[in-house]
Design a protein around this ligand. Structure first.
Ligand code: FES
Ligand code: FES
Length: 151
């Protein structure tokens, strides 16, 4: 059976179905939602819209490789601490976009956070908390929300 080229050689399919690294999700599958965001040679990319052959020899980072054993990456920890997710489907993509943002701008401004994450969509509407998580991960907001009245 012939398979469509995108199915056979898409980076997201290769990572999820061949390498069995299923952290990054498939949302729209057409370069719109950002759920599949990975970091390729330091830059964010939509894995659903990237051919695997395009990235041969490049460094590919997925959400699966962020934690150090049981210790979460600071960005992952900030998303947990700031309750920056509901269903969580968009979260791996947002986490990767935030990691790339903070590696480029260790103390980003609110505008830089908005710009850095503007390729990602959260259908549950957790944008405010995602912004807070990005600021907390960069040390510009308290990590924990304990004792904060969130209304
Ligand atoms: S699944 Fe890749 S951008 Fe939506
Ligand atoms: S937490 Fe549900 S889509 Fe973002």
């Amino acid at each position: 059976m012939r398979m469509p080229v995108r199915f056979a050689f898409g980076l997201l399919n290769a990572i999820r179905n061949k390498a069995d690294l299923t952290g990054n999700k498939r949302g729209c599958d057409r370069g719109v939602c950002g759920a599949c965001t990975m970091i390729i040679d330091g830059k964010t990319a939509y894995a659903c819209s990237t051919l695997a052959i395009e990235v041969v020899g490049k460094q590919i980072r997925t959400v699966d490789g962020l934690a150090d054993g049981a210790k979460l990456h600071p960005v992952q920890q900030a998303f947990c601490d700031r309750d920056a997710l509901m269903c969580g489907f968009c979260t791996p993509g947002f986490v990767m976009a935030t990691v790339a943002l903070i590696e480029k701008h260790p103390k980003p401004t609110a505008e830089q956070v908005k710009k850095g994450l503007d390729g990602n969509i959260c259908r549950c509407g957790t944008f405010v908390r995602i912004m807070e998580a990005a600021m907390a991960a960069s040390g510009q907001l308290a990590t924990s929300t304990r004792g904060v009245n969130r209304g």
